[in-house]
Design a protein around this ligand. Structure first.
Ligand SMILES: [Zn+2]
Length: 62
């Protein structure tokens, strides 16, 4: 497996984790709130990125 393929697989798996996380947060009722501080997320930003999981203050944290 080439390095390029590895990076692609990792990028796709990371995306899959984000999707799983969003679905899980929908089930738990914590969708639309920041994972870190529970602040409500901006509707416009959620529409632009439905997988958004953190507020602006915590967006950079992985
Ligand atoms: Zn936050």
């Amino acid at each position: 497996m080439s390095e390029f393929t590895n990076e692609s697989v990792m990028a796709i798996e990371s995306l899959l984790d984000d999707v799983d996380g969003a679905l899980e947060r929908l089930r738990l009722g914590t969708y639309r709130t920041c994972q870190i501080c529970s602040a409500p997320l901006d509707n416009t930003e959620l529409e632009a990125n439905p997988l958004l999981a953190r507020c602006g203050d915590h967006l950079a944290l992985a």
